[in-house]
Design a protein around this ligand. Structure first.
Ligand SMILES: Nc1ncnc2c1ncn2[C@@H]1O[C@H](COP(=O)(O)OP(=O)(O)O)[C@@H](O)[C@H]1O
Ligand SMILES: [Mg+2]
Length: 312
């Protein structure tokens, strides 16, 4: 699997950030609990929303933190929120440096996700065909699923030479390609690929609900053998969470701002469109919140220096 030039730049920038983050360990628990709680809510909301759950971020938070029932929303949507929280807690307690993925854990995650929703197939592989809406292929025959899943799990154990982020992206696609369950495959894999990353010390990557279209397109590309877009999404997601940790722990939250604000600084020789292009291409340190790209003056200065446009 070859990594594009743009993705390898993203990868090395993320590595530098992870090193900074690792130097801050052990983290002060009050700060970390707070970040983790808000990332968990975002993760639950985004992953469920991609799947069709209509609870908003705020409603998801109320359901999980206060046990509130939101009127007009189905019981199932409430279960999906609470179940997802349980599944995150489950994978968190699995994390240890020597952990390798086991089939039992895949089934347990699915069982937690589908608890009280699908009494028959929670934690059970499918025994008939499925379709993925929007996809142009039919997932493998149900009879082949147990072997394919086992093969994939063996592959995870024997692909340590891949960079963890690359491994996670390949795993992500192979899992949903097999589509081992009747339903819940997406939510399950978004938990499992993060389990692989978190055990390597990365914060979880959250595929944002606002990126649903991009995500589906990336999976379609991957069906055709091109993983670039899925790797890009994964890198951006993990970078975003890493930035959130760094911003809180290093107390530099003020440094990052929307590009439209950054370009107003007299020292920045570029306009909004050009800086946005650099951000999208992964040429500068930047991340996306909803539709808005954030970067810092420092990130642009670094870029200028690398291009020899600034001395010292
Ligand atoms: N073209 C595709 N190729 C492979 N997987 C896909 C494709 N399109 C969507 N998917 C995956 O299928 C998932 C939907 O499957 P589903 O079992 O309904 O999961 P969930 O109920 O958790 O959304 C998506 O979240 C995505 O991960
Ligand atoms: Mg579904």
């Amino acid at each position: 699997m070859s990594v594009s030039e743009e993705n390898s730049q993203r990868l090395s920038r993320l590595e530098a950030k992870k090193e900074r983050l690792d130097q801050l360990r052990p983290f002060p628990s009050a700060v970390v609990n707070n970040i983790r709680e808000s990332l968990d809510i975002e993760w639950i909301h985004s992953s469920n929303s991609i799947e069709g759950n209509t609870l908003t971020l705020k409603e998801t938070q109320m359901v999980i933190q206060d046990g509130i029932t939101v009127s007009g929303k189905t019981l199932r949507e409430h279960f999906e929120a609470v179940n997802h929280k349980d599944a995150i807690e489950y994978i968190e307690q699995l994390i240890s440096p020597n952990y390798t993925l086991r089939e039992r854990d895949v089934l347990n995650v699915h069982e937690l996700i589908m608890d009280k929703i699908d009494k028959e197939f929670a934690g059970r592989l499918r025994n008939a065909g499925v379709r993925i809406s929007g996809a142009q292929f039919l997932p493998p025959n149900a009879r082949k699923v147990p072997d394919l899943l086992e093969e994939l799990i063996d592959w995870v154990a024997n692909s340590q030479d891949f960079h963890p982020i690359v491994q996670a992206a390949i795993f992500h696609h192979r899992f949903v390609y097999i589509h081992p369950f009747f339903d819940g495959n997406g939510r399950t894999v978004r938990l499992l690929f993060n389990l692989l990353l978190m055990k390597e010390g990365y914060p979880p990557g959250i595929i944002l609900a606002s990126d649903r279209k991009r995500y589906y397109k990336a999976l379609k590309d991957a069906d055709q053998g091109n993983l670039d877009k899925l790797l890009e999404l994964t890198l951006q997601a993990v970078t975003r969470s890493t930035d959130i940790y760094l911003n809180n722990l290093e107390d530099i939250a003020g440094d990052f701002a929307p590009i439209s604000d950054i370009v107003k600084e007299p020292a920045i020789p570029y306009g909004q469109e050009y800086v946005s292009l650099l951000a999208r291409k992964g040429q500068i340190d930047a991340y996306k919140e909803g539709r808005v790209w954030f970067t810092s003056k420092d990130a642009i200065t670094k870029y200028l220096k690398s291009k020899g446009k600034l001395k010292n």
